[in-house]
Design a protein around this ligand. Structure first.
Ligand code: PMP
Length: 442
């Protein structure tokens, strides 16, 4: 097959290879682009770079020998099932075990309310697929998880942001935003929120605000998508009631084993009202037929044979120590910035000193062998350059301190540049240009 002879071409920017199929893509594909996180991984994974960028959980503490034995036993005893196709909704015994997990957040539901997905990322895709037509509005926190924004963009949703403060989503502004969208005749379908230990902002929706947010969403007829991969990772062991535990019909709850166990199995789930659950299963079957039986049974065996609650407790302690290292190093080396102090999860959200642009500074940070994610990745409109997300989940406390020390050197040099030349003084190579990284990034 040959490419069409004269398809419309993208503008030829420096280093971008022309794509002979450019004119053939569906409109939704034109909105897809490499996330800043993905572009970073190509360099940030080098051992000499301290990566405060990615959200990879630290897995060395897992009982790998025991897990290996359970997997071996599983394949030896139930291999013909584990390696077979399975149910579109997910393995029933795993769905029953998932009830034990969500009960920790006050959710009381039936295995039939649960749909197993390939990570909660697929759940985001399915939910968006069944609810969003091009131009529909999704209200999302400012900032929002970059992977959700990518899904929303790919279904051509319009994302309208509502700000967060240190207690999470601000109910009054949510109400005002939904009111003015309705007045403008806009169709708002979903409210997307990460209530616990937010990615990237590190904040948690307070217990007091939870019923208010639900009441507002209900009054405006908007379905809430509660994306909650970090809820059990609170450093003081406190777990707030899930939004779903307060409202069965108005909330789609997304959970995941990625952060409390291991992302490699790619197992997440949705707890959904009955009718929505059916649509989700149909959408999932058309996308993947069924989630991996091998992964689901392996997770089931882990939950049956290992002390998974004890493991989560260990993770909390590990991440708390790293959070302390991160905020301690920020206080020591970067007093001109300000940051959130998360009570759980993986991330802190740093506001940079006046005039410093996180996006244009990134290549110089990587040259100084430290990586982060610029705030611009977490806004649908590309704002947020005055912030950066720092992850403390993967590097050791010692590496975190070293990374922040390096970062402080870069930020201080940047402040001097801004003082001399004004805001926007930095060079501005595009850090998302994966095919042709600047020599600084390579
Ligand atoms: N939602 C949020 C808020 C996340 O931080 C992540 C992973 N970084 C995901 C969803 C996707 O996780 P997974 O697909 O591994 O369950």
């Amino acid at each position: 097959m040959t490419a069409p002879t004269n398809p419309p071409q993208p503008p030829a920017t420096g280093g971008t290879r022309l794509d002979p199929w450019f004119g053939a893509y569906a409109e939704r594909a034109h909105g897809m682009r490499a996330s800043e996180i993905r572009a970073l991984f190509s360099v940030a994974n080098r051992p000499e770079v301290v990566s405060l960028a990615g959200g990879m959980p630290y897995l060395d503490g897992l009982p790998l020998d025991t897990i290996a034995e359970t997997v071996q036993h599983l394949v030896a005893t139930r291999g013909a099932t584990a390696l077979q196709y399975g149910s579109g909704q997910g393995d029933e015994s795993l769905r029953e075990r998932i009830l034990d997990v969500v009960r920790l957040e006050g959710i009381d539901c039936h295995p039939d309310d649960v749909v197993v997905t390939t990570g909660s990322q697929q759940a985001l895709d399915l939910v968006t697929r069944i609810f969003i037509d091009p131009g529909d509005v999704i209200v999302a926190e400012a900032p929002s998880y970059v992977g959700a924004l990518g899904v929303f963009r790919s279904y051509q949703a319009d994302v309208v942001h509502v700000p967060l403060d240190e207690h999470g989503l601000v109910p009054e502004i949510l109400d005002e935003t939904l009111t003015s969208l309705a007045a403008a005749g806009r169709r708002v379908k979903l409210l997307y929120t990460v209530p616990n230990f937010h990615n990237p902002a590190g904040v948690t929706l307070s217990a007091e605000r939870r019923p208010r947010v639900l009441e507002i969403a209900q009054r405006h007829g908007v379905l809430v998508v509660e994306d909650n991969p970090y809820g059990l990772l609170g450093f003081d062991g406190e777990t707030l009631p899930a939004l779903r535990s307060l409202d069965e019909d108005g909330v789609l709850y997304l959970g995941s084993f990625s952060k409390t166990f291991a992302p490699g199995y790619r197992v997440g789930w949705v707890v959904a009202p009955h009718a929505v659950r059916e649509k989700l299963v149909l959408a999932s079957e058309s996308a993947i037929l069924c989630p991996s039986n091998a992964s689901q049974l392996a997770i089931g065996a882990y939950l049956d044979t290992c002390d998974w609650k004890g493991q989560i407790k260990q993770f909390r302690e590990l991440y708390r120590e790293r959070r302390d290292a991160m905020v301690g190093a920020l206080a020591e080396h970067l007093p001109a910035a300000s940051w959130t102090v998360p009570e759980g999860g993986f991330y802190t959200w740093v506001r940079l000193p006046e005039g410093v642009d996180a996006r244009s500074m990134l290549p110089r940070a990587v040259t100084a062998r430290v990586a982060y994610v610029p705030g611009t990745a977490f806004y649908a409109d590309g704002s947020g350059a005055d912030h950066m997300r720092l992850s403390f989940c993967y590097p050791t406390p010692e590496r975190i301190r070293e990374g922040v020390r390096r970062l402080a050197g870069v930020v201080n040099a940047e402040r001097e540049l801004v003082e001399i030349f004004g805001t926007g003084a930095g060079l501005d190579p595009d850090p998302t240009d994966v095919e042709n990284p600047s020599p600084d990034l390579a």
